[in-house]
Ligand binder design. Sequence first.
Ligand code: 3H9
Length: 715
Amino acid sequence: MSTFTVVEEQGVAVVSIDQPGSPVNILTAAVKAEFESLLERLRAEKAVRAILLLSGKPDGFIAGADIEQFVALPNQAAAEALSRDGQATMDRVAAFPKPIIVAVHGACLGGGLELALACHYRLASNHPKTQLGLPEVQLGILPGAGGCQRLPRLIGVRAALDIILAGKSERAAKALKLGMVDELVPPSLLRSAAMAAALRLMESGVPRRPRRGGLAGLLLDGNPLGRALVYRMARKSVLAKTGGHYPAPLSALEAVRTGMERGLRAGLVDEHRRFGELAVSPVSRKLVQIFFATTALKKDDGVAPGTATPRPVRRLGVVGSGFMGSGIAGTAVSQAGVEVRLKDADLVRVGKGLKASVGILDGRLKRRRITRQEYERLSALLSGTADFSGFPRADLVIEAVFEELSVKRSVVADLEATVGERAIIATNTSTIPITDIAAGAHHPDRVLGMHFFSPVDRMPLLEVIPGAATSPDAIATAVQFGRRMGKTVIVVADRPGFWVNRILSPYLNEAGHLLTEGTPIEAIDRTMTRFGFPVGPIALLDEVGLDVAAKGGGVMHQAFGERLAPADVIGRMLADKRLGRKSGRGFYRYQDGKKAGVDAEVYRLLAISPSDRVSPQTIEQRLVYAMLNEAAMAAGEGVVRSPRDGDIGAIFGIGFPPFRGGPLRMIDDLGAAQVVSTLRALEAEFGPRFAPAASLVAMAEHGGRFYDDSGSRAA
Ligand code: 3H9
């Protein structure tokens, strides 16, 4: 079966791209070969005077080159050849003697955009699904089919670097503004507008495009001195963002520079050489694994396939209009577009909560993620109540009240008396066992946990926690709804701390121990940001809130005993009314809501004289191995359903460095035997909290691993 179908109309060959059996169009080797021979045929056909390319998929243009191919590449030379071939195809398109017009509707990414850039004229539909971007650096590679060359030539170096170095996608309207596309039209008119453009170009050739960006464009993009400044600034900004852990953006920057300063041919050579290096690098392998893991999670409802009938959620009830409740309500409205009813004890609180929920929509409007019209429509879906009016119609209710077992139980009882007989009741908790919350329920099969992370609209992860009696239908409903809220969802066991807080707990405790011993706060945090975390553990405590951390730490201590006993620092901080960022006082100082330096007062308060006695290597080892050990232990207990879920949870829940692949992948990379021996050394020096997990010891003995793949999508 072929991917391309051609119909000829008025001298235009209308080529529709529709890869059979694939939900999206992907530029595989076979697709590329078919395309090339089609081009040869159309070149020879006299009656054909222009080509119009469009997608036959309802909602997608081309999702880029085949990512699975990168994983299978045996070596750098093969990767380089793949890129060189891709460039050659795009060169043939660019040099084609008849105008090639492309009409883009839906995602046009990576190699898909590189193809569009090589065409002679571009139209895009103004549909929200139409996104044009070069996400390659997110996979640890660079645009390797001419993208590093053609994009800066078309839209200027600054705008191109902005997209390439961040792996960004732009909506169609922005793409038009930047000059990535020539025309923007409604989806229903795309084909006819593209046809009209083809007929026009057939007669009068490709129009000249004016230089963009005004005077700044001329000064910065238009001459080598200006561009040198642009490269320097871009490099600085990449290093600040990546800490030097991700080679792809810097390499892409060099490929752009070579092409702009030494010409297209030199640029293409540099581009495919660098593509070759990056595609087989360990960082790229990890990022590709994460791509496949998140893609697989999009289809995983957390239950065995075919065992559940998820319930469609049209109306959501949220109980508790505080920070979490209003965040859940606002995110549900803005992402899932469902009706949301927010309840609290009185209307004043409800009003405050609704205002905060609308604030999430305000943010999306401001960032132009939604139109004014959508904003009005979505805001109208939000309503509030001080009783349970409206709740009988809810399909799903999420309670986000105070973190106290008795309070949560009484909310569940109230809800059971109110909601319909098929409604699902979810409890947003980070510490209380779901089975305990559901213990008094008449229908524990419809009760489960949905652990959101704060701030709800920004944090990408959701843990769904079935209680002992939760039905597969309820699990699948919660998972699917979480996904509609834009979350990556993992289903985890009802064990204290679930997954994320479980592995975070010994890590934060260890930071407390280090501090108690006199290790400076800056040294602890700096070491871990250098390791690749977005913030260090002490700064994280300030973000989470010290009261919340103390409560969570207490629960874990009680559940797991001395091994997870927190250091004494948080209690003393709380006694001094330091709650972290939210109170404007924590380990750090805060000025106008912005984090300033470490608060030196803290050392006095904790009776610590800071010293550099502990080396950064030891700081890193103690913190990282505390987390790795706990992850292995929890995985061994079955807290996560697969290593994939555990690693994705760590990366999306706490910012575990993606280039390291997650804690379980990291153990595999280090080798269980090495991890066990380091833990034994730490145990000898610092005590039994470092005793290696039984699962790790067993793996070390048998040469076992968490993953049985070699890095392919089977992960
Ligand atoms: C590149 O282009 C390099 C070039 O510069 C140079 C080359 C020389 N490859 O996400 P979905 C699969 S790098 C292989 O559920 P959605 C995906 O795994 C590429 N497979 O759909 C899934 O498979 P399955 C740069 C791919 O509607 C199925 O398609 N491009 C690829 O939620 C459906 O995917 C990117 O990084 C691919 N390129 O989202 C874009 N794309 O059903 C990556 C998709 O068997 N793709 N699949 O599990 C995406 O971001 C999303 O898939 C997209 C659609 C937004 C397009």
